[in-house]
Design a protein around this ligand. Structure first.
Ligand SMILES: [Zn+2]
Length: 256
């Protein structure tokens, strides 16, 4: 009854963002046995007024488009015939590319994102791709015009690359405010996904998802899947640290 949000799946990156491959395979096997895993496009019309999926249904999403998805996620999804959506940072797919500089911490220097060829191969295998903005900026830091420009550029670039209309957006770090939600609509998206740490206002431009992190066992996934609006306090280190950084930056700015 919820939309799950993964980032990477790989053995060597010791980060909350990187679920171990064995854990991931176990989680997917359980979901395929016990739940109806819907393609995101089919899940959207079934969301109730509180943006909750019917009991027994779930949808899978992956943020950032890490290269490790090709090796560690695609074979599992293919074997179990599970639908999933990957949200791509459009600029990473341009000829100039973009380093993964939005993730801080140990072991991040070697991180890479999917190539265009890998994206198209995965799309042929049934994986759905949508937008995670142009450059993974915190959208709440941009002006309204900058935000519309960023989101529209991503939507147009990805629609062109994928050969079909991209209409869904996952906010970088799940962060949004009223201006960002309005910009997402103006840029042509029909839905946008958050990653709330506590209950927040939900709607088509703030569809909540629940993060699955490294170290979460099958039990944690089962609890989270069943209780989408009560995230475990330990479950969201990324959004929490992003908010902390923002609070500090705000204080520094106020002092300057
Ligand atoms: Zn992200």
């Amino acid at each position: 009854m919820t939309i799950l949000c993964y980032h990477s799946v790989e053995p060597d990156w010791e980060s909350p963002l990187a679920v171990r491959p064995e854990a991931f395979a176990q989680q997917m096997a359980w979901l395929s046995r016990s739940r109806h895993v819907l393609p995101l496009a089919d899940a959207l019309p079934r969301l109730d007024a509180r943006m909750r999926l019917p009991s027994g249904t779930v949808a899978l999403t992956f943020d950032d488009g890490f290269a490790a998805l090709h090796e560690h996620v695609l074979p599992v999804l293919t074997r179990l015939r599970l639908p999933a959506t990957v949200f791509l940072v459009a600029q990473t797919l341009t000829p100039a590319g973009r380093p993964v500089d939005w993730v801080k911490g140990a072991g991040t220097a070697r991180l890479t994102t999917l190539t265009c060829d890998q994206v198209l191969e995965m799309q042929d295998a049934g994986v759905d791709f949508q937008s995670h903005s142009w450059a993974h900026h915190d959208l709440t830091d941009l002006s309204y015009e900058e935000c519309v420009r960023d989101l529209r550029a991503s939507r147009e670039f990805l629609s062109d690359l994928l050969g079909r209309e991209v209409t869904q957006l996952a906010y970088p770090r799940g962060l949004h405010d009223a201006g960002v939600r309005k910009a997402a609509a103006a840029a042509g998206y029909t839905h946008a996904f958050a990653l709330p740490e506590t209950a927040e206002v939900s709607g088509p431009y703030a569809v909540p998802r629940v993060g699955i992190w490294r170290g979460n066992g099958l039990l944690a996934v089962r609890v989270k899947e069943a209780r989408p609006y009560l995230p475990l306090r330990t479950s969201d280190p990324v959004a929490r640290s992003a908010r902390r950084v923002k609070a500090v930056v705000g204080k520094v700015r106020a002092r300057a």
